[in-house]
Design a protein around this ligand. Sequence first.
Ligand SMILES: C[S@@+](CC[C@H](N)C(=O)[O-])C[C@H]1O[C@@H](n2cnc3c(N)ncnc32)[C@H](O)[C@@H]1O
Length: 224
Amino acid sequence: MDNGPGAYTTDGCAVEVYRRLPTGEDLHIIHLVAGASATILDLGAGAGRLADPLSRLGHQVVAVDDSAEMLSCITHARTVHRRIEDLQLETRFDVVVLASHLINKPSRRMRHDMLVTAARHLAPGGRALIQWHPPAWFDSLAVGDVVDDVLGEVQVQVAITGKRARGALLDATVTYTCDATTWTHTFTARKIALRDLQLQAHAVGLTIHTPNDPAVTWLLATCS
Ligand SMILES: C[S@@+](CC[C@H](N)C(=O)[O-])C[C@H]1O[C@@H](n2cnc3c(N)ncnc32)[C@H](O)[C@@H]1O
């Protein structure tokens, strides 16, 4: 199938889609945790879906991404063109955001490196917000399932195309439709037990607090 126009990131995200997606409740969650006038580091910020509105709410935001095309859409936040794993800023932040389920990427090594970056950039007393797919999300989906959603002006359809490694790896194709144009994105996500993630985070100096609700998709972490 032909994919929609515009640039794509190395992990297959269409810039045009991320320019159009609404902030949804993610913005409110981050703003609530940050409080007033916080310094915020947005890792994997994309087109600034969260970074720019957070800037407009009075936070000082640094948006990091390895896609120059994504970052070029950002108008308010400061941008840094870098891989998350390689980031070594002098500044420390009140809040570090790792959104978009990047923590569920299949590579354990990448997960470790992203957690190191989050820990390294947290100010004393700072908080990291990590958006993940909880294990219950993986368990609720079977191969062949199709989940439809509408996010602002974008229709979203997630098709589950595979489950491997005894359910630990889930393959999916997401189809985004807007203005009669369609973009697709295939990805693989790894199911991670909360305890395993907590242990991996603890090893790099982060405490991930156990959520009250196992279905919660934003995890809160502080320096250990
Ligand atoms: C799914 S998009 C989400 C963007 C944004 N967080 C949002 O919620 O709209 C993921 C973004 O993370 C970026 N990304 C993925 N892996 C990365 C890495 N290792 N280093 C830097 N950026 C990365 C991609 O380029 C892409 O812009």
